[in-house]
Write a protein that binds this ligand. Structure first.
Ligand code: ZN
Length: 140
């Protein structure tokens, strides 16, 4: 009945297949194996053209880098941890690391993390749509 239906992904490379688990989609160069987020036709690693193929990215990876953010836009709770994660099998993704204290003593480079998909902090757009985002958390 209503048109406000399923939540939307926050970025177009986050896929929400109906009746299946969400995943992130990358594009992999079939020449050199480099993986990028989002659609592209040409590989910026080896320069091949038209050799990119969509690939489902892993939901696990390792923490490559992070920063603890203490100041942000009004309404955004701080501190939070902004992280860059190297996914297992390829692909590098920036996102927030959650379910961990924003404390450098507790956060280790290369620590295993997993991707979780959930509501984008309750934010809605002007049409009332809610959004699904991805987050990282320490691997169980
Ligand atoms: Zn390539």
């Amino acid at each position: 009945m209503s048109e406000s239906s399923a939540p939307l992904p926050v970025v177009d490379w986050l896929k929400l297949p109906e009746g299946d688990d969400p995943y992130m989609e990358g594009h992999k160069c079939t020449e050199c194996g480099a993986i990028f987020l989002g659609e592209r036709d040409n590989c910026s690693s080896c320069g091949s053209r038209g050799m990119m193929a969509a690939t489902k990215l892993s939901n696990t990876g390792k923490l490559y880098a992070y920063s603890i953010v203490h100041r942000s836009f009004p309404g955004i709770e701080v501190p939070y941890v902004s992280a860059i994660v190297d996914l297992d099998g390829g692909g590098t993704v920036k996102g927030n690391l959650i379910n961990i204290d924003p404390d450098p003593e507790k956060i280790q480079f290369d620590m295993p993390v997993e991707v979780v998909y959930k509501d984008a902090l309750g934010r809605k757009d002007r049409d009332g749509n809610s959004y699904i985002s991805y987050f990282f958390q320490p691997a169980a």
